[in-house]
Design a protein. Sequence first.
Lengths: 451, 373
Amino acid sequence: MGDAEIIPIGTRGRPGRGAGKQPSSAARGLAPTKKAPAKKAPAKKPAAGTGQGGPGQGGPGQGGTGSGGTGADATAEPTGSQQSTTDEPSSAEEQQTPPAAREGAPTRDAQASSDEQGTRAGEAEESSPLSASSAATDAPLASPLSTRERNPLRSIPTSAWLSAFQEAAMEVFGDSWEPRLAEFLAFLRRRITGDYVVDEYGFDAEVTQRFFMAALRPIAQQWFRIEVRGAENIPADGGALVVSNHSGTVPVDGLMTMVSIHDHTGRHLRALGADLVFQLPVISSLARKGGATLACNEDAERMLRGGELVGVWPEGFKGIGKPFSQRYKLQRFGRGGFVSAALRTGVPIVPLAVVGAEEIYPLVGNIPALARLIGVPYIPVTPLFPLLGPLGLIPLPSKWLLEFGEPIRTDEYDDGAADDPMLVFDVTDQVRETIQQTLYSLLMQRSSVFG
Amino acid sequence: MAGGSKVVLVTGVSRDLGRRCASAIAEHPSVGRVIGVDVVPPRGDVGDVSFVRADIRNPVIAKVIAKEDVDTVVHMSVIATPGSVGGRNTMKELNVIGTMQLLAACQKAPRVTDLIVKSTTTVYGASNRDPAMFTEDMEPRRAPRAGYAKDVAEIEGYVRGLARRRSDCRVTMLRCANVIGPHVISPITSYFRLPVLPTVLGFDARLQFLHEADLMAVLQHAVDDGPAGTFNIAGDGVLMLSQAVRRLQRPSVPMPGFAVGSLGSALRSARVADFSPEQQDFLTYGRGVDTTQMRETLGFTPRYTTAEAFADFAAGLAPTGGRTERALAAVAERLPSTHTLDDAGRPALQGPRAVPDLVGSSAPRRSRGDSHG
């Protein structure tokens, strides 16, 4: 706004701002342009472009006349241009833009002819700006306009709105847009009115399927290029317990396992999470919505009895928080609570080996003091994390292999098996050894980390 | 008052819910006479209930029981908020000392054969270590240190003691989920009656409700004939807090936990809503109780699900928000072609985008919404 200081106040009788070389935007807005009818044809996007040009042009003109306050052009036009300025963002696809907004843009592009015209028109027709502009644009409004009627929202017929809307819907939803859009609208209304059901664990199947899975799927398929083997080992129905190794500093492997299982079997993996998960804000509500529940015997048995596919990571924080040097070495499998839950409910245990998750955030250090202060199990230091700031939070794009092993049957043991600690430890070791061996064989098959 | 033979003593009839439960019990065919006991007389119509002014904190209650030949005692005077009686000390005295006196009187009275105590699921607490569904044999993960939950835990301890000492007496403890209904005034209903609901940022509690009609029905059922023991009583299903707020069509303000705490104490001192620490935990972590025992052992099935009970409660409240919903409804109405195709075109939908219809259980709610709009 540096040059605003050298512009003399007033316009010395000329239309618009008093520099005298160029007509003001208000005057240009009055000028009849031959391009005008051609400008009307394109529907949505070009109109949006002109809408962008309008406010920029209208602004200074309005300011000049406002300060100058000379005769005719100060009457209706500034108000009109201001209205278009304020209304434009809300109605980008309007087709009959008010003259000031529409003709601002072509003048800026194609200079000479319209400049000439603009000056002439501005001088000749400053007494009747409104009739000139309406004649030039062939506007359907025959009677003299008032500023009130120039509200762009009002001058657009509903049919124009509808056709623009239809085109936009076609763009977004494709050919069968009508049922799709109706379905989407119904979905939105259902969400907003709370008209959906969650199960007793707080699992929201609809939002999980539509959003969580949709958001995670590209990460699984494009970023980690997950390859799933042995998906046929997952039972198609009935309760089953998927036991997996845990790695990667941040439990991304759990999310990826959920997506992969859903994409290969259509079943939702109900994860068992540590109590820290349900203590953290946002994460806790997302976890419940995504179908997770607390890793305790009561919930595990309840879910397995209910015929759910339950996922458990018995290494817990020891697994994801182990240093990079110990990668692919399984940690202790806790007390084997998952085995006793499976024994009590008689469901098969499906061992799962995940290769690739260890490399996404190579954990090279820890800040135990800070971790204790915050109350989390560890604060990871990776080659990139504190160094690159938030950029370090992007996981490295390692190639992942998921192999589901043969299900281990637990329904052959007799009733008291779950209370026999020796048997529980035996089965736990069996599961652990299976996963460890699968990990080693997958590592042998893998050509490179990022391959 | 049908021609039954039972003489029932109901405590805590001065409060609205207790009074209506007493009259509901009086209507049951197996009940001959109902005596309502409280410190202050009930304000509304008590029907066939004969009111006796007596303080259960005081041994006089034993005389009432002996004189009236009471054989069934329904203890309903465990209060959740100190607001109505004065202060926390009074509340504690009323809850714990009152129960002790009442139980002592019951133990002394050989004619008392049935004791029904209305307890609450608050006794399970609410924390991040909770299992998804509490069964009756589970303990709270964190023992309550103060407040209502601690009172209830102590009361339950005394009731269990009586059940041990009087093995001839049928002791039924009903752990009811939050009672809700158009007429109920309780901490949870006054919370939902706030025009703008404060919620805890980043948490979404699972809630279960019991409709007031079901509370009366289960009390009648327990008075009539039912097994001894402890039972969780709640409507079917679970409602998330966010879902409940949306169904109410009221705006909510998520704020961090500590801010909710201080806002809660401000609201409490303004007597707008009671926002005790237990309730804040409840609205943060939620709680679910397993009702298998209620169905199979007690043989009671609630008439309202959690969602239906909440819808009945919400029907009496004017929505203060819901602008987005109205806007969407307007869009849907403006597109007649789309809307007709919705009905006609839905069966034609194929592929993974066709989601299963999940709205079945809440049909009454939707029709109500339409009639409003």
